[in-house]
Design a protein around this ligand. Sequence first.
Ligand code: XIL
Length: 383
Amino acid sequence: MKLINNSILLGVLFISGICNSQNTKTAQASLKNSFKGDFYIGTALNVSQIEEKDAKADALIRKEFNAITAENIMKSMFVHPSKDKYDFAMTEKFVAYGEKNKMFIHGHTLIWHSQLARWMSEIKDSTEMKAFMKDHITTIVSKFKGRINSWDVVNEALNEDGTYRKSVFLNTLGESYLADAFKLAAQADPKVDLYYNDYNICEPKKREGAIKLVKYIKANGGKIDGVGIQGHWRLDSPSLEEIEKSILAYSELGVKVAFTELDITVLPNPWDLQGADVNQSFEGSAKMNPYPKTLPDSIQNKLAERYASIFKLFLKHKDKISRVTFWGVHDGQSWLNDWPIKGRTNYPLLFDTNLKPKKAYNSVMQLKELENNKIGKKKVFKN
Ligand code: XIL
């Protein structure tokens, strides 16, 4: 009788154990829940996602991500199309979406040489440029004061060799525009986190340039809280060593490190491109679009391994990393299908075109399961 009672008890415990672990699993089975306490997990949103046009995509965004960046609508050509006109209609929707879903809201971007309104690129002298910067930054940052959590104040100010890019801002004002931009943003919202954001700043020369730039801004009275490493990466580069060196080098400057536009191309490179200059484009060919229908398992596996090793490194340095944001929700809408060659089929994200999690998603999630198991085991031993 006692034996029967014991086995019934064991059975009950076993079943309730399964239920409990399943409950915890459902509660945890998302990127944002798995990495809670480590860093925010973000995504870039396009217009249709901001407007909640696709219910399936919307459900996925709300389930998996707790931070958002607007992929395009907050760029200067859209929010400030002519000198005396601002258009915040889409930004309002974007911010409201983030607030409704209790997400971390990132502003992208205030000062960038690309996707500028034509009138801005035609500014010729320093007086006019100074007036533009003051009006542009103050108006936009004040408008969303207390509602936007961090800003890319300056985007892509560096060349590949680490020197300053000859943009309309540098040409009219010299390097002082960098410190001024950060000062103006801090004056408009003293509490918001301010970032310098760029691609390829894990490469040694450009990294040196970015370090100098941060130091220059600080030395000249600008408040800078973080460096955004865009993370438009490839299957085999940058190396984990260079990524790690970069995390350490930037955080030694006393700023946060964010990975702001993460995606990993699996397609061949037309000119051995390393970077993300949105103004470059090339002719396509069948050779350049090798996986128009599906991604072979071998590459799917490589992508999963690459994502796992990158996230393992992120976890190692989670105390220095504020946010990891993917540049898009799923493969079907990634900008890498059209850049740098139009009309290709790329597979750079964790969700496929049907919004299903890929092997790469599982490999990233497994890292946390392993970590949690280790902690669990340690606790058992301690008891
Ligand atoms: C890209 C968008 O994804 C595209 O839709 C757009 O056509 C061009 O810009 N660096 C940045 C992002 O800071 O704003 C860029 O986004 C990608 C490179």
